[in-house]
Design a protein. Structure first.
Length: 587
């Protein structure tokens, strides 16, 4: 009898997974996803590097979203690293992230531990191998992909290549134009068959459990529905980048096959409200309509605080990051955590993940209440194992018999008494960073009169040599630094208290640049505004080494002064300080 029950249980579970696969995202799903990369994360996101973390990551994440694993033309031709949004090969998965053997080993290792992988699928556009339009034909086993490289019928007729010496015979684009690479004509039956072959190969041969569809605004939603109906991924999420909830909902409905939605979508409407609430204190924004608080669509909401694109742009959330993650880890929807946040605030995020699972919160849990309270917000959600109340800002503690589960900067989480907090309390990891912690500039960072320079505190995961690339607006970096990418080598000048190495770059020009990038030849910062004497880390400008300030000497120590790193000093000892924007020497 016990054996029969086990068999029935397996069949029921198997049918449930297939049913979920046919509808884009599982019902009542309690899993959590990690975006396992950021822009230019060539070291941190290598397949071998992720595999080495399998024991830890699999304890907390059910899904990991990784970059497109197909070989790009740049890598095929020269070995140049790119993020994979310039796809060329669909069946060859030997890339800058690792070999196909390493990819398969990673997926297999995590699968045994209960964690699945989602590939960043880029089918809106495609790159040629040697030219703009020569797509490679591929055959691996029984899988074959061929292209019309004569009339280019697989490329949209309104693609920009038609104004650059190529003439395509495809139909007009069914979505937004993308001028980086060739827009595929998804009305073309051969294109459709190639995509279906590709996606089936990812599932059946490589071992992925699902897809993250890039730039789904670029082609009609119905094609995502058709492709998923064939490939049958367990998980599918589209990047419909728009803050308008109605437009995202329309895309979801547009994926329907036989009346059933075929993909989830990232909750971009919530993303922008998180920015307003946690970045600007507009707490009422959290109560407005988004996918995650809409009972009809919360199953298909994949919530996030930041991703690889937003983290580089103005849409990045720069304050209250842990509190914002606490919000998505308390809300319905499927939370997708960002690798940068995981690296910086691992202790806090581990406890929040454990708390969500202890309370049994899923993508369709009930929101009991969600309301702004003056300078804060209160969210109460009922899970299958208990109820959780999240307080943000200065919201008042809930009335009744609650237990404080955990707290951090601008947030506290309470649970009903029946929630077992053993797993939460067992986590003792500390965060690598402290939110809004003041930056302490090492004493060995100095600037001489008339010197144009910058300092960079390199992460421990970066290489041993740091390079500087600087340029004037409208100019060429090579013209400024006098050499090609990655620029000129910076000088190692010491080690900060946190163990990070600090480098200094001094310009040989008489004029200062407008912009600067630091890199190790692989990892790199964003394009940063140059500030003379600026002290940078991988996040950007953190402080400024004082330079060019007229010195004042005094024997008195009773004036209000500030330290060189900006702290107001109530008591001062002999040293160098700042008063009224001038240097103050206390003897």
């Amino acid at each position: 009898m016990k054996r029969l029950l086990l068999i029935l249980s397996f069949v029921t579970c198997h049918l449930s997974i297939n049913s979920a696969a046919a509808q884009g995202w599982p019902e009542n799903y309690g899993g959590i996803m990690l975006q396992g990369f950021y822009w230019d994360s060539y070291s941190d996101s290598k397949w071998t590097q992720l595999t080495a973390q399998a024991d830890e990551l699999s304890q907390h994440f059910d899904l990991i979203w990784i970059p497109n694993s197909g070989k790009t033309s740049d890598f095929a031709n020269s070995g140049r690293q790119t993020m994979g949004y310039d796809p060329c090969y669909w069946l060859d998965h030997n890339t800058c992230w690792g070999t196909e053997t390493e990819l398969r080993q990673m997926i297999s290792t995590f699968k045994k531990k209960g964690t699945g992988f989602i590939e960043d699928v880029v089918i809106n556009h495609k790159n040629g191998l040697k030219s703009w339009v020569d797509f490679p034909n591929e055959t691996v086993g029984t899988y074959t992909i061929t292209w019309d490289n004569q009339d280019y019928s697989g490329i949209c007729q309104d693609d920009e290549c038609n104004s650059n010496g190529y003439y395509t015979s495809g139909a007009k684009d069914t979505g937004d134009n993308f001028d980086g690479y060739r827009d595929l004509d998804h009305t073309n039956l051969k294109v459709q068959q190639n995509v279906k072959t590709y996606l089936t190969y990812l599932i059946k041969e490589i071992g992925y459990v699902g897809f993250r569809y890039d730039m789904v605004k670029g082609y009609a939603a119905r094609y995502t529905g058709q492709y998923n109906a064939t490939a049958q991924p367990e998980f599918s999420v589209g990047e419909y980048w728009d803050g308008d909830k109605t437009k995202v909902v329309n895309w979801l409905n547009g994926t329907k096959q036989e009346g059933k939605i075929q993909s989830a979508a990232f909750d971009f409407p919530l993303k922008y409200k998180l920015n307003s609430a946690f970045g600007s204190g507009q707490w009422n924004q959290l109560g407005l309509q988004v996918l995650a608080n809409d009972k009809q669509y919360q199953r298909y909401a994949v919530t996030f605080v930041d991703n690889h694109d937003s983290y580089r742009e103005q849409s990045r959330l720069r304050t209250n990051v842990c509190a914002a993650n606490a919000f998505i880890l308390t809300m319905p929807g499927t939370p997708c955590l960002f690798l940068k946040h995981w690296q910086a605030y691992k202790g806090t995020l581990k406890r929040l993940i454990a708390l969500r699972k202890a309370a049994g919160i899923t993508n369709q849990s009930e929101i009991v209440s969600a309301q702004s309270e003056g300078e804060g917000f209160q969210l109460t959600v009922k899970g299958s194992k208990g109820t959780v109340t999240l307080l943000l800002g200065n919201a008042e503690p809930p009335a009744g018999d609650w237990q404080l589960a955990m707290e951090g900067k601008n947030f506290k989480v309470y649970t009903s008494k029946e929630v077992n907090l053993t797993t939460v309390k067992a986590i003792t990891d500390n965060d690598a960073e402290q939110e809004d912690a003041p930056t302490t500039i090492p004493d060995f960072c100095t600037v001489t009169a008339g010197e144009t320079c910058a300092f960079f505190e390199a992460p421990v995961t970066w290489g041993s040599q740091i390079y500087t690339w600087a340029w004037m607006n409208g100019g060429d970096g090579k013209n400024y630094v006098g050499t090609g990418w990655p620029g000129v080598a910076a000088t190692l000048i010491g080690t900060a208290d946190n163990g990070n190495k600090v480098f200094k770059w001094t310009s040989t020009k008489t004029t200062a640049p407008d912009n600067i990038i630091f890199s190790d030849g692989g990892n790199q910062t964003d394009d940063l505004k140059f500030v003379n004497g600026g002290y940078y880390n991988q996040e950007g400008l953190k402080a400024n080494v004082i330079t060019g300030i007229r010195a004042i000497t005094t024997d008195r120590g009773d004036a209000a002064v500030y330290s060189l790193d900006g702290r107001r000093m109530n008591h001062v000892k002999p040293g160098i300080y700042i008063r009224n924007n001038k240097k103050l020497i206390i003897r």
